[in-house]
Design a protein around this ligand. Structure first.
Ligand code: SF4
Length: 335
């Protein structure tokens, strides 16, 4: 996806002297002396093991996400997401379909996780997220998949729908460090996150890529399996992610190094609450938040059973979204 910027001056670049990729250090201002990517610093301090212990204990009464199922996944029980404590993936491949700072030349190393706690009726990849297509693998094998993607020169490891497998993912990152993992981790989520879980990822994730699907709880309940608490948790999650990583920063080659990219899929008939979402970002994050307003909605899966969302969006619906972004002073939009 290409990007266009309303105001070029708002782009945040790190000078080449202040950021070097692949395990070197930030040398400039606030990031001074920090190891990069950030997970290297945590591993050096021994913090990654502590986080891992806490995360795996959550599986015993799972409350990783706002569904709060409280079942023991270590004993093979499954909750709303259908995941056990063994990670399941459908593929691990270089992807060129992400936002341009993630893709640049060699692509984003996308690992698609099977299952999902949100279970939207219009899920665009329901075979993986709802039908659960994929294979179960060990955390060690997941680490090896990360290394393979790095060897293919991908610019990052892009975890697609990772929420329900966070313990396995952190375990795999730790196992991948001695194997040579040195590219940043992208946490690519549907936005249905618990603030407490995100806090355990602080310093592990360099790039957050959340979607904000709804601002209205009624709509969230109707279209995402009674997730009435989606807007409450998504707003807290966006604030927490922004607190951790701030605005998106690029290196001198235009590659995403650290920061927040927020996606928003416009749904027909204003179901996604686009105007309120954009106002929320402008008032609670920053006007230089990198936002991808997506216009590619198609009525997949069960969407045709819901008249309000049983069509693609109109040009006028996309145009009004861009108009609102401008109205709220948001200056950094992908297209
Ligand atoms: S991660 Fe899965 S089992 Fe755990 S609370 Fe969420 S939906 Fe339930």
């Amino acid at each position: 996806m290409g990007e266009s910027l309303f105001l070029m001056s708002s782009v945040l670049f790190l000078p080449s002297s202040s950021l070097r990729l692949r395990g070197k250090t930030f040398l400039g201002n606030k990031e001074n002396s920090k190891e990069y990517p950030s997970y290297l610093e945590l591993e050096k301090k021994g913090t990654l093991s502590e986080r891992l212990e806490k995360l795996y204990s959550i599986y015993e009464s799972c409350h990783l996400c706002p569904r709060d199922c409280r079942i023991n996944r270590r004993e093979g029980q499954t909750g709303k997401c259908q995941g056990t404590s063994r990670v399941k993936i459908s593929s691990a491949v270089p992807s060129f379909d992400e936002e341009s700072p993630l893709v640049v030349k060699s692509g984003s190393g996308a690992i698609f996780f099977s299952n999902c706690g949100l279970r939207s009726v219009y899920s665009q990849n329901y075979k993986i997220s709802i039908k659960g297509e994929g294979v179960e693998i060990s955390d060690q094998r997941l680490a090896e998949e990360m290394i393979k993607l790095q060897k293919k020169r991908c610019h990052n490891i892009n975890l697609v729908t990772p929420t329900h497998y966070v313990p396995n993912i952190v375990s795999a990152i730790q196992k991948a460090i001695p194997l040579g993992l040195r590219i940043p981790i992208v946490y690519n989520t549907r936005g249905y996150e618990k603030q407490e879980t995100l806090q355990l990822l602080d310093g592990i994730i360099d790039i957050y890529l959340p979607e904000c699907k709804y601002i209205d709880s009624e709509q969230a309940g109707i279209y995402s399996a009674e997730a009435y608490n989606y807007p409450h948790h998504a707003k807290l999650a966006l604030k927490e992610m922004y607190r951790q990583v701030g605005d998106l920063k690029l290196d001198s080659g235009g590659i995403a190094a650290r920061g927040l990219i927020v996606r928003h899929l416009i749904l027909p008939n204003r179901v996604a609450g686009t105007k309120e979402f954009l106002r929320f970002v402008a008032e609670n994050l920053s006007k230089t938040t990198y936002i991808n307003i997506m216009n590619q909605y198609q009525p997949e899966y069960k969407a045709l059973e819901y008249p309000e969302i049983a069509r693609r969006i109109k040009r006028s619906e996309y145009a009004e979204a861009l108009k609102w972004a401008k109205k709220y002073g948001l200056t950094r939009l992908a297209r």
